[in-house]
Design a protein around this ligand. Structure first.
Ligand SMILES: [Ca+2]
Ligand SMILES: [Ca+2]
Ligand SMILES: [Ca+2]
Ligand SMILES: [Ca+2]
Length: 489
């Protein structure tokens, strides 16, 4: 069984600026692949990439795999700022969660305190990610250790946690047996980092990166023979592949905001792939021209699979470790639980005052995929979703329920605000539910499936689902899709 979309919605799909895959008709029960536990052991057969090398520890396996750029090389996962979906970015529990979720590499941001200690901090200041303020390089380690990290990707409205800013030494000790660390922002103080790697016995765990001139890189590597190094390239610095000669980096991070860029073309990528690994970033639209994590959840061929097939990618830096690992293992990025129903928020029933009510007739976003409809459809780094959600607005959907039973409503939503908003749910013109609060995901562009606690008994067949936004609640959030999961008894 699957979700049926009304004829009006299908007709408007012809006007999509994205591919027709945007209007996804999800078939839960006919899908050959059901969600399964993520396996990262070398014995697990992968749909994409090889099985990987053996080794005494996960870190040893990851190191051997990193050095392998042959045709059977394992595809490696790098968790951007560690697993920030489970804990604060660049925190100890986020590092542990990234490795537990199957990443071989955690990407961490390194800065020096006023007293010269490498700590994990993305921004030049501590303002976004902690309860304090000030520049990292103007605070001592003792001052920074008194701060508390905010949840997820931080922001002024993100909750403050009990977690503290880790030193690089803390992180390397955690990673020692577990996996590799991509050392972002650390090239200017590579010697201080080297001292930490030597002291903690983690020289093979730490992956330096830069886009520095090749002479400077080779000078460092000539005096630090065991240093693991990857190089960042764009069209502005393509030449290094030749300049590195027989002493190639373990990987090239290739960034392009257009597939017309020379670094995104096969001749260049083939030269890299013969000697090293191609590392692709899929967090935002501008890094691998729209081939993002979110686009991959709509269809892997729009993101991860396109990069593997067409761009020689063998390392992904991702904001969604769990879903990338699931795709590597099963070929499905965002599976629907068995018996579930999913309806994309952008597939609302047509007509102002009939299928929906929106406060202004314009689409406030730049994604004109349903011309003439006032609902605000947007592209959030590949997620086709609704924004400009305002009190008083409502949307209706036609859902086809495969089997009579009780279902729980979830929404995949995002917001950097607390409160973010609230909605009610009603079926078939029945009484609306009590308002459900939307959780702060710490970023407009980072969606999470949020169970509502609202359950409804439904007969087999077609039903109308209405999402309404109460006028008395603050509303500033984004809606990707609505999901009905059967409640097991
Ligand atoms: Ca970074
Ligand atoms: Ca509008
Ligand atoms: Ca609106
Ligand atoms: Ca959507």
């Amino acid at each position: 069984m699957n979700i049926r979309i009304r004829a009006g919605a299908v007709a408007s799909a012809a006007a999509l600026v994205l591919s027709s895959a945007v209007v996804s008709v999800v078939a839960a029960e006919s899908s050959p692949v059901q969600s399964s536990p993520v396996q990262s052991s070398p014995q697990q057969a992968a749909v994409h990439g090889g099985q990987g090398h053996g080794g005494a520890t996960p870190a040893e396996r990851a190191y051997r795999d990193l050095l392998d750029h042959g045709p059977k090389a394992k595809i490696l996962t790098a968790a951007h700022r560690a697993q920030w979906r489970a804990a604060p970015e660049n925190s100890v529990p986020a590092v542990l969660a990234a490795f537990e979720d199957g990443a071989e590499i955690v990407e961490l941001d390194v800065r020096l305190t006023a007293d010269g200690v490498p700590v994990l901090m993305h921004d030049t200041t501590v303002d976004r990610t902690t309860d304090g303020t000030g520049r990292v390089d103007s605070l001592t380690l003792a001052q920074i250790e008194r701060l508390r990290l905010r949840e997820g990707l931080g922001g002024s409205q993100a909750a403050v946690t009990d977690e503290r800013v880790p030193t690089l030494e803390d992180a390397m000790r955690l990673a020692k047996d577990r996996g590799l660390v991509n050392l972002d922002k650390g090239w200017p103080f590579r010697e201080e980092i080297w001292d930490v790697l030597v002291e903690t016995g983690t020289v093979r765990n730490g992956i330096y990166k830069s886009d520095a001139p090749v002479d400077q890189v080779q000078e460092f590597r000539s005096t630090h023979r065991d240093a693991v190094y990857m190089h960042m390239v764009t069209d502005a610095n393509m030449a290094p592949v030749e300049q590195f000669g027989d002493d190639q980096p373990v990987a090239y991070e290739v960034n392009f905001d257009s597939t017309a860029d020379a670094v995104a073309r096969r001749p260049f990528l083939d030269r890299i792939a013969g000697k090293s690994r191609v590392w692709s970033n899929t967090m935002w639209n501008g890094l691998s021209e729209r081939m993002t994590d979110e686009a991959s959840l709509i269809d892997p061929l729009r993101g991860w699979e396109a990069l593997v097939r067409g761009y020689r990618t063998t390392i992904f830096q991702t904001d969604d470790v769990v879903k990338l690992e699931r795709w590597l293992a099963t070929g499905v990025g965002d599976p629907l639980p068995r018996g579930g129903v999913r309806v994309q928020a952008e597939d609302f029933l047509p007509g102002e005052g009939v299928g929906y009510h929106d406060l202004d007739t314009a689409n406030r976003s730049n994604l004109q995929m349903r011309p003439g409809e006032g609902v605000d459809i947007q592209d959030l780094d590949g997620a086709v979703s609704l924004g400009w959600m305002r009190g008083g607005e409502w949307l209706t959907y036609e859902v086809v329920v495969p089997r009579a039973g009780t279902y729980e409503v979830s929404v995949r939503a995002s917001s950097p605000y607390s409160p973010a908003g609230a909605y009610t749910v009603a079926f078939d013109d029945g009484t609306p539910s009590a308002p459900v609060a939307v959780r702060n995901t710490t970023s407009h562009a980072k969606q999470e499936l949020q169970p509502s606690g609202v359950t409804q008994r439904l007969t087999r067949g077609t039903h109308t689902l209405r999402i309404s936004l109460p006028e008395d609640a603050y509303q500033n959030w984004n809606l990707d899709y609505v999901q009905l999961d059967p409640v097991r008894r």
